[in-house]
Design a protein around this ligand. Structure first.
Ligand code: UDP
Ligand code: MG
Length: 332
């Protein structure tokens, strides 16, 4: 049986300190997998430069020039981790039987690649990498991640706890993913919803060797917000629920006030008024914000803008090195 063609997709944002080290490690691992007959000789490592401001793209280009194992895509600007892996996967699906996404800092154990491939050979179309522990994370990241997964499950989103984006997808699964045209993409929620035969591979997480986390607090909050609002409408339903509670509460206050009036008790009432005013005002504003989040998402979706713009693409000898900008529709 012919070994399957694997494409490793590696998103990179300002990873100049690590890129060459990562490329060396991936080459060693890919060569070993090829020699063991687990993957075909035309398998590749595809770096996606997510609009880095440092020398990341130059370095990707230099490893591509030296070794045809490597290829690269470059975005016209920073579109974010989710868009980078999507672009890499959709580009790779044209050529590969299976695609695995992995972070450029290789915090995720590359030795788990063998298990991913074994699951694929057993007939799985999607294989999720799940981290064994969060010991390498700081207290804030650990707690916020825990809260995020709890919140997502509460909102009815099917996310796999402690699965980031270390994942294998077969060509069949990627063809299905390419049918999803939404701009606000939350892959960790979307992919488990797609079905297909899937499995989990557990792996250890290492500390980042060099450089700092590229997931700033702002990016993490955006991801979490996008995750909830693109996968669930529960927050909108909560507004209705809050409204009912406020109506019941308001009704009770009204009855009590009427009784006081009938009994001729003169109620000062100022505190009650102010408290109710603040409470109701706050709730209305909060509700407006939640509705606004969804309206904003709809606004972005109806414009149908490209999800990313690929400015340059290098892969193997036959491939062109594009200077032209192409959208995700015509990326490859
Ligand atoms: N990344 C990206 N675009 C971004 C932020 C991050 O492509 O806007 C990449 C980054 O280069 C890395 C991966 O996403 O390959 C995960 O980022 P990082 O390791 O900084 O996140 P952490 O492990 O701290 O969650
Ligand atoms: Mg990392």
């Amino acid at each position: 049986m012919r070994p399957n063609c694997l494409y490793l997709v590696v998103p990179c944002y300002n990873e100049e300190e690590l890129l060459l080290i990562t490329a060396d490690k991936l080459k060693e691992k890919m060569t070993r997998l090829m020699n063991e007959g687990k993957i075909s000789a035309d398998s590749k490592v595809l770096f996606v430069n997510d609009g880095s401001k440092d020398r990341t793209w130059e370095l990707i280009h230099s490893v591509y020039k030296k070794d045809k194992l490597f290829g690269g895509l470059s975005f016209s600007r920073n579109y974010g981790h989710q868009s980078a892996i999507l672009a890499g996967m959709l580009t790779a699906r044209e050529k590969a039987d299976m695609v695995i996404t992995i972070d450029a800092d290789l915090q995720q154990d590359i030795e788990a690649l063998d298990d991913f491939i074994a699951c694929y050979q057993d007939g799985c179309e999607i294989v999720y990498g799940v981290r064994n522990s969060r010991n390498t994370d700081g207290v804030f990241k650990k707690e916020s991640a825990g809260l995020f997964y709890k919140l997502m499950n509460l909102m009815g989103c099917e996310v796999i706890t402690n699965h980031a984006d270390y994942r294998l997808m077969s060509k069949k699964a990627l063809d299905a993913l390419s049918e999803y045209k939404e701009v606000n993409l939350f892959l960790r929620g979307l992919i488990p919803q797609m079905g297909f035969k899937s499995d989990i591979v557990y792996f250890d997480v290492k500390a980042r060797e060099l450089g700092q986390s590229k997931y700033t607090l702002k990016k993490m909050i955006n991801l979490a917000m996008n995750g909830i609002t693109s996968m669930s409408t529960v927050p909108l339903k909560l507004i209705g629920f809050l409204g009912i509670i406020m109506c019941v509460f308001g009704g009770c206050v009204m009855i009590s006030a009427l009784f006081d009036w009938i009994r001729g008790v003169t109620v000062q009432g100022w505190t009650t008024n102010v408290v109710l005013l603040c409470l109701i005002g706050g709730m209305i504003m909060l509700s407006q914000w939640i509705v606004g989040e969804y309206v904003g998402k709809i606004y972005m979706e109806v414009k149908e803008r490209p999800r990313y713009i690929i400015e340059a693409f290098v892969l193997d000898e036959g491939c062109t090195e594009g200077d032209e900008a192409v959208s995700d529709e015509g990326a490859v």
